[in-house]
Design a protein around this ligand. Structure first.
Ligand SMILES: [Fe+2]
Length: 625
């Protein structure tokens, strides 16, 4: 969804900052009302625009410690304890901080970067940004001071007791040192009380977050992409004796975009070095076959031995795939962090279970992937979240507004929704079979289905490069090989809870009808909604009930595509109006994913609630070839 309020806020912020700077007045952000209206937008976005100073605190007893003895493993739960607190306060919090680059002593570049974004505020000296944070009141013993320790004694007699408090953080290997900082003054006027020494990861070069994807429609090759702190090419060893060497990519802060007058998180305080993204193509495989693999090298270490399954080749009789949009991520501890998507972890867990239970062949994530939106480290928490299943079946992606949009960057919509990422992290982590990095549209065939995957964030209007490609791709489908055509992109063409951009339907809907697209799938709106066989907001055909009472669209008499919004995979859910247009047949506002099981004559579509794994909507599209 667009963040037009955020844009407005940032513009006002800039203007206010300029005025206050000219008046030589210390600027204080008053964002309470903004936060009330925008609970999903990070307070860190504001914290990082402040100069953090040490608190004027005379308490000599304060301490901060962790349960880490030496270094951090690739995934850890770190308990942070503060002690010597004489007066626990509800504004006390712990920030988990990681350096924004490898040399953060003075951060001489930060000021220039901030000026480059048009920000003339009193510049923060914060070279670190909080990855996440927790109020100490998460410890039920803290505010009541029910845990105490003696901090001063003479001759075995305690002269002064003080309070203790502990919170636990989930940490994944982001390569750069971690520091935990004890703040007071809540998020609005924070100051530093104590900080731990930097804690290193045991192996910053470890090969991590491997996920697989298809490169073509043969089912005989598979791309593996992973992250490491080391740029030397590594290997994937697979299929009992084969190996492939990685090509290595990265991106720098210079690749992030920014626009005059609008600060870009990716360009300054949200930046985190992504390390190196390795990608290797495994070839000589058989379709629909399971292979074991591991990746890494003798110098950086190896991943565990894992297994993936190749998808069925184009023209094969059957395919089962999962599709969803708008997942994002959420912390596995009690932290607050930038842009939490509350349903994401339950949906990811449910999909992991579904991989085995329903023999899933592939996944399609159709935009709004991680919602890192310029806070780069959050990509790695997202990759960790999907690893249990993205390491096993091809994870195919489409780009969304929160990966691509930024003013002046070439995106179709001139919004700040990507936080300055402009599709670069997305295109590096998810290397799809596209013709170029910033032309993120492609088609692929698996089993009986031809998938046309578009970018709703690039020009799709008649005569554009993408429009011509869509036209040619749909025209090229051999329905004897792939009886079904599934068209997919991020922004919806139909939704009763959020108005679509009418130019999308005006440009593209005639192509869907002309080429007899069976099913059109979108995200962007955070709920589930299914239409009749719809064209220009009119039902050209309605489903009938089969013997078991399930809606069935008979495409032997093709009328129009069935359109489904599946944007309910994590982001806070959108509601529906009490009355619905005639084309809207099913509306569900609940977290889950869609599962499609297709043979050559029957496409079964199911919406699965992630909390219960129960199917809450089901329909068939049938046809005979
Ligand atoms: Fe979106």
């Amino acid at each position: 969804m667009e963040l037009s309020k955020l844009q407005l806020f940032l513009s006002l912020l800039f203007l206010s900052t300029l005025i206050f700077s000219l008046c030589n007045v210390t600027f204080a952000y008053n964002y309470d009302d903004y936060r009330k209206d925008n609970p999903d937008v990070s307070e860190f976005r504001l914290i990082n625009r402040r100069e953090l100073t040490d608190c004027l605190d005379p308490n000599p007893y304060l301490s901060i410690t962790t349960n880490v003895n030496s270094t951090l493993s690739n995934e850890a739960y770190v308990t942070v304890t503060v002690g010597g607190v004489l007066v626990p306060d509800s504004s006390d919090w712990i920030g988990m901080i990681s350096p924004s680059n490898s040399s953060v002593d003075a951060c001489p570049d930060s000021g220039a970067n901030y000026l480059q974004t048009g920000d003339t505020a009193s510049l923060p000296l914060l070279c670190h940004y909080p990855v996440k944070a927790q109020y100490l009141s998460n410890d039920p013993n803290y505010l009541s001071c029910s845990k105490q320790a003696c901090v001063e004694q003479i001759g075995g007699i305690c002269l002064q007791y003080a309070c203790l408090g502990s919170v636990t953080f989930h940490v994944v290997n982001i390569r750069t040192d971690i520091e935990f900082v004890f703040f007071t003054g809540d998020f609005s006027v924070p100051c530093v009380l104590r900080r731990t020494n930097p804690i290193k990861f045991a192996n910053p070069s470890a090969p991590l977050y491997g996920h697989v994807s298809s490169i073509d429609s043969t089912g005989t090759s598979m791309r593996l992409t992973w992250v490491s702190g080391d740029q030397t090419p590594q290997q994937v060893q697979y299929a009992s004796g084969k190996s492939a060497t990685s090509t290595v990519k990265t991106f720098t802060v210079a690749d992030m975009c920014s626009a005059s007058g609008i600060p870009s998180p990716a360009k300054d305080f949200g930046w985190h070095n992504p390390g190196y993204i390795h990608s290797a193509i495994m070839t000589g495989l058989l379709p629909s076959t399971t292979y074991s693999y591991k990746y890494g090298s003798s110098s950086v270490g190896w991943s565990n031995t894992l297994s993936f399954k190749t998808p069925p080749a184009s023209g094969a009789a059957n395919l089962t795939f999962i599709v969803y949009g708008d997942m994002g991520k959420a912390p596995l501890d009690q932290s607050v962090e930038h842009y939490i998507q509350p349903g994401s972890t339950s949906v990811a867990s449910a999909i992991t279970k579904d991989i085995d239970a329903h023999h899933i062949d592939s996944i399609f994530h159709i935009g709004d992937i991680s919602y890192a939106t310029g806070f780069l480290v959050e990509w790695e928490f997202f990759l960790k979240q999907i690893e249990p299943y993205a390491s096993r079946v091809p994870y195919m992606a489409a780009i969304g507004n929160h990966e691509r949009d930024y003013p002046g960057s070439g995106s179709f919509y001139s919004l700040t929704d990507s936080g300055g990422e402009c599709g670069v992290p997305y295109g590096t982590y998810f290397q799809m079979p596209v013709s170029a990095m910033d032309k993120p549209w492609y088609s692929i065939e698996q089993g009986p289905i031809h998938f046309t995957v578009i970018s709703t964030e690039h020009d799709f209007t008649s005569g554009s490069e993408q429009y011509n490609w869509i036209n040619a791709d749909l025209a090229s489908v051999n329905r004897k090989t792939t009886p079904w055509v599934v068209f997919t992109g991020h922004r919806q063409m139909y939704s009763s809870s959020s108005d679509p951009d009418s130019s999308f339907a005006a440009s593209i809907e005639p192509l869907l009808l002309k080429y007899k697209v069976d099913l059109a799938l979108y995200g962007h709106v955070h709920n589930y909604e299914r239409t009749c066989a719809v064209y220009q907001s009119q039902c050209l055909a309605m489903p009938t009930k089969d013997a078991s009472g399930t809606d069935t669209y008979n495409n032997n008499n093709y009328a129009a595509p069935v359109q489904v919004v599946v944007g309910m995979a994590g982001f806070s859910l959108d509601t529906f109006p009490s009355t619905a247009p005639s084309w809207s047949l099913v509306r569900l506002s609940e977290f889950g994913f869609a599962r499609v099981t297709a043979s050559r004559s029957d496409l079964l579509f199911e919406f699965v609630n992630s909390g219960t794994s129960a199917v809450h909507d089901r329909f068939h599209i049938i046809k005979t070839y």
